[in-house]
Design a protein around this ligand. Structure first.
Ligand SMILES: C[S@@+](CC[C@H](N)C(=O)[O-])C[C@H]1O[C@@H](n2cnc3c(N)ncnc32)[C@H](O)[C@@H]1O
Length: 260
């Protein structure tokens, strides 16, 4: 049995959603917007926001399209009116947030009742040996970020992601899972790409920190990468709709005579 690729999982998760006014929270350089454009059934406009001005500027240069825009903004305090957006999306960023419940609460506030919330996040459960290499490298990169003053936590468990989303009290929730077991762990191009990722973090570490132990772990992980190989961490995609307030449900039900 072959497992679906990440693109196929995103296709299943997003394919039936008419995105209309879409907000992509923590967009970084806008990479995931390509997935939104490709997989959403349709959209009217996509706005990406990020707290990093450098990332927003890079995204603006990379994705110059009249229906796509980027704004420098803190996700803990979204500058959008209540219930003014039809779809909100957070991808691979939950473990980068200083206050995840607050950001998720803001995403819910700006979403219209009946609008879609889409949250994609890698998790650390049930991994193959080659996925564990990816997870260790990610964990080490997060420690380097923290040593240099950036919020970057250990990746969540599957259940921790579900708990975060549960707090949003969405309805019609569906879970989709990407598990990378079919890719070749010894694929040379993938390994060189990850080696480049480690090297970039090593360079940042060398320039700004004297933590020798952290640098040695980076070198050890580079060895493990070549010995064991690499497969991507599992990804959970959660899609749900913001529930209508009970009074609105009553008003929408045919034949209903008043608030429930
Ligand atoms: C892993 S990157 C995002 C990756 C991107 N979503 C993707 O799928 O390609 C995490 C991003 O979260 C941003 N971020 C963290 N906290 C934030 C906040 N409170 N408000 C806005 N952006 C934030 C960081 O600046 C960083 O660009």
């Amino acid at each position: 049995m072959t497992h679906p690729t990440l693109a196929e999982v995103l296709g299943q998760a997003l394919g039936g959603i008419a995105g209309k006014r879409v907000l992509h929270v923590c967009t970084a350089e806008g990479g995931f917007i390509h997935a939104l454009v490709e997989h959403l059934e349709s959209y009217a406009r996509i706005i990406g926001i990020d707290a990093s001005l450098d990332a927003v500027r890079t995204a603006q240069c990379a994705l110059d399209h009249e229906d796509i825009g980027f704004i420098h903004m803190d996700a803990e305090c979204l500058a959008f009116r209540d219930e003014s957006l039809d779809t909100v999306n957070l991808s691979f960023s939950l473990h980068h947030l200083a206050d995840a419940p607050r950001v998720l609460g803001e995403m819910k506030r700006v979403l219209v009742p009946g609008g879609h919330a889409i949250i994609s996040e890698m998790h650390r459960d049930g991994q193959t040996e080659a996925q564990l290499v990816a997870a260790r490298i990610h964990q080490w990169a997060a420690e380097v970020d923290r040593a240099l003053g950036t919020v970057h936590r250990r990746t969540h468990t599957h259940q921790e992601i579900v708990d975060h989303v549960d707090a949003l009290d969405l309805c019609d929730v569906a879970l989709y899972e990407f598990i990378d077991v079919d890719s070749d762990p010894s694929d040379a191009a993938a390994i060189e790409g990850v080696r480049g990722y480690i090297d970039r973090f090593m360079l940042r570490l060398r320039g700004a920190s004297t933590d020798r132990a952290l640098a040695q772990r980076g070198e050890e992980l580079r060895r493990q990468l070549y010995q064991v190989g690499f497969q991507r961490e599992p990804v959970l995609v959660v899609v749900g709709k913001k529930a209508y307030p009970r009074t609105q449900i009553a008003a929408r039900s045919p034949g209903s005579s008043g608030p429930l």
